[in-house]
Ligand binder design. Structure first.
Ligand SMILES: Cc1ncc(COP(=O)(O)O)c(C=O)c1O
Length: 451
């Protein structure tokens, strides 16, 4: 099935097309991130301005991607520019600690219930990797349990069953351990227990069966790639109860979901994790990750008395540029900023739902706070399997994001869309009206959802 347009960045002579020609000579597939959207050419960006992006062909877009939900204040946020500029003039990185890392640590420890102490790394993937190693070091057990379809970055163990498909995901009550890349070691597969989001019976069965080997349950309180679906209270309570019963730690991966509130996502949903991972917004647009938790569990990193149970370093860990950018960004994320994002998110989700109802279209909307996802499903999915689109549904979503791009909006396809603090009701009204228009005028492809 072809895209409906050859205009814009795909057209002959566009600056994006020219850039892609150069990129294809030096990158095996023309990009350096598998997550880059292309149709078939990626859109090359020139700059960002608040809630907006400008591509190399001079087109302007409302940015609902925000570098995969990182840029909670949008682009070129002045306090971040000032903080980073000041820091650059003092030096970009040192083999010694700086005051900047203490400032950001104090802010996060002061905000998040259950976070007494923290360590900084450079990406969310690295944070997840070290949180899992910390759980292993603390419990002396090798395996983890994770939600089928949930994304936690690039560490092998969390990649298991990240992209399961109807052909290979197995029974509902016995999800298969599906490898993510060709050559993934069988030993890794053996050390991962797949769970299904919000499925209490399966949770109980899997954790009980594998408890002796399990170091941790890794859980994003609202896993975006698995549908961006809210956890039901029974599931949260069960995770807490079963983990405690078997001495399995809970790792809350809040790399993406931390933006759901002043105290983060776990607090929002009543989860009390042993370890947290953070990333994205806490770096203010610079690379960052963090592992955090109680003193008792984090003591595995304690090198003050010699070699710790888990040594952890990193050339750029806690680099002062990321620390000052994160501090500037997080300081500006006060109660008012979160209230603005919450209201704007509720309003937009409501407007999208109203457009769906008005057009009697087979769509639904999930998400919370500044996060949202549109599903080409008449009934709101309850987990990854239900959220996985059929071929026809995936085609409709591709067409939807093309229609959005033609109307000046970047809408991530198959992942969470996000709002940023510079956005206004005018921006979200525009998003809602483009969606309404698509539903009203594109009956040709929407009808394909009925078959
Ligand atoms: C929940 C979650 N965990 C971990 C990661 C990995 O973070 P990074 O891309 O910074 O390595 C991501 C990235 O999107 C994520 O959404």
């Amino acid at each position: 099935m072809t895209a409906t347009t050859t205009e814009g960045h795909n057209s002959v002579g566009s600056a994006s097309r020219e850039a892609f020609k150069r990129a294809q000579r030096v990158f095996i597939d023309g990009t350096t991130r598998v997550t880059i959207e292309r149709d078939p050419i990626p859109r090359y960006m020139d700059k960002g301005e608040g809630a907006y992006l400008v591509d190399v062909d001079g087109r302007r877009f409302l940015d609902l991607n925000g570098n995969f939900t990182t840029l909670i204040h949008g682009h070129r946020f002045l306090p971040v520019i000032e903080a980073v500029t000041r820091q650059l003039q003092s030096g970009s990185c040192f083999a010694n600690p700086t005051l900047a890392e203490i400032d950001l640590a104090e802010l996060i420890c002061g905000r998040v219930p259950g976070v007494e102490t923290i360590r900084f790394v450079n990406t969310g993937s690295e944070a997840v990797m070290f949180a899992i190693k910390a759980a292993r070091a603390f419990t002396g057990r090798p395996a983890i349990a994770k939600i089928e379809g949930a994304y936690h970055g690039a560490y092998d163990w969390v990649e298991v069953s990240q992209a399961s498909t109807p052909d290979n995901w197995g029974q509902e009550d016995a999800p298969a351990r599906v490898s993510y890349y060709h050559g993934m070691p069988a030993s890794v597969l053996r050390e991962v227990v797949p769970l299904r989001f919000n499925d209490v019976a399966l949770l109980e069965k899997q954790i009980t069966a594998h408890a002796a080997d399990l170091a941790a349950i890794v859980l994003d309180p609202m896993p975006s790639r698995a549908g961006l679906i809210a956890p039901i209270p029974e599931f949260v309570t069960a995770v807490q109860r079963i983990a405690k019963k078997h001495g399995v730690l809970i790792i809350a991966d809040e790399v993406l979901s931390f933006r759901q509130g002043y105290e983060g996502a776990s607090a929002r949903y009543g989860l009390s994790p042993d370890l947290f991972t953070f990333g994205k917004i806490i770096g203010g647009g610079l690379p960052v990750g963090a592992i955090a938790g109680s003193r008792a569990v984090m003591s595995v990193f304690d090198a003050s008395g010699g070699r710790p149970l888990l040594p952890q370093g990193g050339t750029f860990s806690a680099n002062p540029l990321s620390m000052v950018a994160g501090l500037a960004s997080m300081t500006a994320l006060d109660g008012d900023a979160f209230a603005h994002l919450e209201q704007l998110g509720d309003r937009l989700r409501g407007q999208l739902a109203a457009a769906i109802a008005r057009n009697r279209a087979p769509f639904s909307v999930s998400g919370a706070a500044s996060l949202l996802r549109i599903h080409p499903k008449a009934v709101l999915p309850r987990d990854f399997r239900e959220a996985t689109p059929t071929t026809a549904q995936a085609h409709v979503m591709k067409e939807l994001s093309l229609a959005f791009a033609e109307s000046g909006i970047i809408l991530p396809n198959g992942a969470a869309a996000c709002l940023s603090t510079p956005m206004t009701t005018e921006d979200t009204d525009h998003v809602a009206s483009v969606f309404d228009d698509f539903l009203a005028k594109r009956s040709d492809i929407i009808e394909s959802l009925a078959v």
